[in-house]
Design a protein around this ligand. Structure first.
Ligand SMILES: [Fe+2]
Length: 433
């Protein structure tokens, strides 16, 4: 096998081990719906196998369907999450059997395929990258489900570096053009393409994500009770839902506690805040005298190397993420302390842009100029418009295979169960330019 084939095979194995690890629990935990926002865990498990069958076996290799009668059950568009518990989905043993059968055939296809074939699904192993990233994204979704299920002992935790770096609160990004998106990263999704020039005025962006201590100061200052900081929609959301803190936070006397995968613990004040929705992030930014960065501002601060006139795939450069550079791939079940990755800084000096928490941006999810849907409209295009806000950077639960400077995620502005925080930005004043 070629190097690329070996790398693909290793990544397929790694992601499957991950999915099976999150579902190595008793059937009851897997078949139940823990929140109307989420699927039963075993639905996600068989869905990733079904997706792999659709794209690798049927679309790329022309193999006839193994179990055509289950396609509709696992079509995310035909079955809203709310309805999934009532579907006749495969039970855990049958689901594991089905996805194992698909995987065996996928490895045969990988063995035989010509990765230099000009067909866009096969070239550079795109279709394998598609299913590997898709499965990792569902694994992150499964972690969000397990967090909502709140049962200790299922999700493993680990060690992370201490928060060490000191530095300015904000970093400066001078005015000028940069190259946004990509034409060259072989496994990039359609929504990251094509690369295009974007000209931005000078701005400041926070060196680090907003931390729990700063966020608690917003709460203590009455931030949740002051309509000045909120958009009208955000204020309505806050009032209707009676929200006064991030999801999973509670107040005990004078102290903030949170529940993390079923275990209560004091909120660590030196970690990036997570489980806040877009409205909360936006309100905090206004309270702080700043705003959320646009998606373009976020990407420029993360990956643009002005000296080289090139965009980097990661803030630190070309090198694949390591435990010293970023908190990715569920090394521990939480974000790392602020300042834990000085070596992962971007050319402009922004830190922790990749890993730890997804970061809300001010931008609605839409196609770049010249966007072309590939390999199907339902991956990105049907979500374009003024309904979803863009999230960037990947969380501790995101795998390096599905994280890069250009990677775009999106969600409704009310969503808080995802591993999401934010950082702030502000336009440079004329005296600062
Ligand atoms: Fe999916």
């Amino acid at each position: 096998m070629t190097d690329l084939k070996e790398r693909i095979a290793a990544q397929l194995t790694a992601v499957r081990d991950r999915s099976l690890g999150y579902t190595a629990a008793e059937d009851d935990l897997l078949v139940r719906q823990h929140s109307p926002l989420m699927s039963p865990l075993v639905w996600d498990l068989a869905h990733v196998g079904n997706y792999e069958e659709l794209w690798v076996l049927r679309a790329a290799a022309g193999i006839s369907p193994l179990r055509p009668e289950i396609d509709d059950i696992y079509d995310a568009f035909k079955t809203p999450r709310r309805d999934r518990p009532t579907l006749p989905f495969l039970r855990p043993a049958e689901a594991r059997d089905y996805i194992g059968g698909v995987r065996g055939r996928v490895l045969d296809v990988l063995d035989a395929v010509d990765l230099a074939d000009p067909d866009p699904l096969r070239r550079d192993g795109f279709v394998f990258g598609l299913v590997i990233q898709h499965e990792h994204q569902h694994d992150e979704t499964m972690l969000a489900t397990l967090q909502l299920a709140g049962r200790p002992g299922v999700v493993r935790d680990g060690d992370l570096p201490p928060g060490l770096s000191a530095g300015p609160e904000e970093v400066y990004v001078p005015a000028g053009e940069f190259l946004m998106g990509t034409d060259s990263l072989p496994w990039a999704y359609d929504n990251e393409r094509p690369a295009h020039r974007v000209d931005l005025p000078a701005y400041w962006i926070d060196r680090l994500p907003v931390g729990n201590a700063a966020y608690a100061a917003f709460i203590e200052d009455g931030g949740y009770h002051d309509a000045r900081w909120w958009t009208p929609e955000g204020w309505r959301w806050r009032q209707e839902n009676g929200v006064f803190a991030p999801l999973f936070w509670t107040r005990d006397g004078g102290a903030w506690w949170r529940t993390r995968f079923g275990r209560p613990e004091p909120v660590p004040m030196d970690e990036p805040v997570q489980h806040v929705c877009w409205y909360e992030a936006d309100a905090y930014a206004r309270w702080a005298g700043k705003r959320l960065p646009s998606e373009a501002e976020w990407e420029k601060a993360c990956g643009w190397d002005a000296a080289a006139g090139r965009a980097r795939p990661y803030p630190w450069g070309e090198q694949d993420p390591t435990p010293e550079l970023a908190n990715l791939g569920h090394r521990a079940a939480r974000p790392a302390p602020l300042g834990a990755y000085p070596g992962g800084a971007s050319p402009y000096g922004a830190e922790q842009m990749v890993g730890d928490v997804w970061e809300w941006t001010a931008t609605w999810f839409d196609g770049y100029p010249g966007f072309r849907a590939f390999p199907y409209r339902e991956y990105s295009e049907v979500f374009f418009g003024k309904e979803y806000r863009v999230l960037r950077g990947g969380s501790w639960a995101a795998d390096p295979a599905a994280v890069r400077t250009t990677f775009r995620n999106w969600d409704y502005p009310i969503r808080r169960q995802i591993f999401t925080g934010f950082r702030c930005a502000r336009t440079a004043t004329p005296e600062e330019r």
